[in-house]
Design a protein around this ligand. Structure first.
Ligand SMILES: *Cc1c(COP(=O)(O)O)cnc(C)c1O
Length: 413
């Protein structure tokens, strides 16, 4: 999706500098082709397997992106009532929506039951008691699976690993059978599935095999005891290429590693919940150089891209490649590329080799389609920039830039 034409960086057939000038920066730019290719890679990868691809929309919940994915047949993995609202508005079918999250409120549960979603991925016994109670009140049966923590190491950053013992997600594998049996007696609960999501930015799919083997043993035990498991949710988590040395695996690799375990089951549906792998490398964040300074031996490139626009480096020590929007023949330097916010963790890149820049030069931060704009804030009273979607040579604004008035729109004046 990204390439230099001459000295100019392009997304599909549009020059990034042209968009930056027209819409201002910070600016998120997405490639429609890349989004579609990424989604279709799941369709192709799981071809022949009865599968629902539930896009984990917390990665990027922009309405236009959801609509595009809905058209391709995507379901959604949601984590809040707000996401349910967005998913339905975008035309995602309620029967393709699964609901994850450790803290679903009564209000959210009621909304989901009334919307007739595919299933709740419950994360605690108390949550199911609540779902049972609300379903009873609504005279409905709630379809349910448990998110089970298979205690496998996904070898990813400690803040994005979720399938190891001792983190807040799911129920312990060792406790799962007993909890399932207890819950199966609840009047308004219909057990329909099992679920595990072991982490994010996973570059080695072998952890999925370990998880699958454990989940399969659980399924067999549950079915031997009279339950009917129709859905096997294997979660999301496939990684993308942030660094040139990253070797991400594809949906087909995921299929090839889990299906030998699951193919013995007939009539069950596999659910996948990719987030990052759909949107991550389909988006870039564009900003511009405000000042340059040196402090001793250190060079700083001060930009208008803050942790409020992209928090991943501050939050996860994440690496993002940064490109000059106009290819430069200037000499390379080692610099920190930082933002204007009053926090030391407000950086985009540290000790990065980058050509010497001028004030006003545009820079592009790669692979920011996932957990970029979705995690942006107005901290330091910074209005957030626009988002545009590029399809070939066409450009569509899919979110307008905020103004300073927007900052105060809900405040009492
Ligand atoms: C975040 C999340 C995902 C998506 O993770 P990615 O790494 O973006 O694919 C899937 N399922 C659940 C339950 C999640 O919380």
């Amino acid at each position: 999706m990204l390439k230099y034409v001459g000295n100019d960086l392009f997304v599909e057939k549009v020059a990034v500098s042209k968009l930056a000038k027209k819409f201002g920066t910070p600016l998120y730019i997405y490639s429609q082709k890349k989004l579609e290719d990424n989604f279709n890679a799941y369709k192709i990868g799981f071809k022949g397997v009865d599968t629902v691809i539930c896009y984990a929309m917390k990665a990027n919940s922009n309405h236009s992106i959801l609509k595009l994915l809905a058209k391709l047949g995507a379901g959604a993995d949601i984590v809040s009532g707000g996401e349910l609202y967005r998913a339905l508005k975008a035309g995602i079918k309620s029967q393709k929506i699964v609901y994850s999250g450790v803290g679903k409120t009564a209000q959210e549960i009621e909304f989901a039951l009334k919307s007739n979603i595919l299933m709740f991925n419950a994360e605690s016994f108390e949550e199911v008691e609540q779902i049972n109670k609300i379903a009873g009140k609504l005279k409905k049966k709630a379809r349910l699976s448990f998110r089970v923590n298979p205690n496998v190491d996904a070898h990813t950053h400690k803040y994005i690993t979720t399938g190891k013992e001792g983190n807040k997600f799911g129920i312990r594998y060792e406790d799962a059978f007993d909890i399932y049996m207890k819950v199966s007696k609840m009047k308004n609960i219909e057990i329909v599935g099992v679920d595990s999501h072991i982490g994010s930015q996973i570059l080695d799919v072998s952890a999925f095999k370990l998880a699958a083997k454990k989940m399969s043993a659980l399924i067999d035990k549950l079915e031997a005891n009279g339950l009917n498991i129709k859905y096997i949710d294997i979660g999301g988590g496939l990684g993308i290429k942030y660094k040139s040395t990253d070797k991400p695996q594809k949906p087909i690799d995921l299929r090839n590693i889990v299906m030998p375990v699951y193919s013995k089951y007939k009539g069950k549906t596999i659910i996948v919940e990719p987030g990052r792998a759909i949107v991550g490398d389909a988006g870039i964040l564009v900003g511009e150089v405000v000042y340059r300074k040196t402090a001793g031996t250190k060079n700083f490139i001060i930009t208008n891209l803050a942790m409020t626009d992209l928090i991943r480096p501050a939050l996860y020590e994440a690496y993002h490649n940064v490109l000059p929007v106009k290819k430069s023949s200037k000499k390379q330097q080692i610099a920190d590329i930082v933002g204007p916010v009053c926090e030391s963790s407000d950086f985009i890149a540290k000790d990065r080799k980058f050509p010497v820049v001028e004030q006003g030069d545009f820079i592009a931060v790669e692979c920011t389609g996932a957990y970029g704009r979705a995690m942006a804030s107005q901290y330091n009273s910074r209005p957030r920039g626009a988002e545009v979607l590029v399809k070939c040579s066409k450009v569509k604004v899919i979110r307008k830039a905020e103004t300073v008035e927007d900052l105060m729109s809900k405040e009492v004046k």
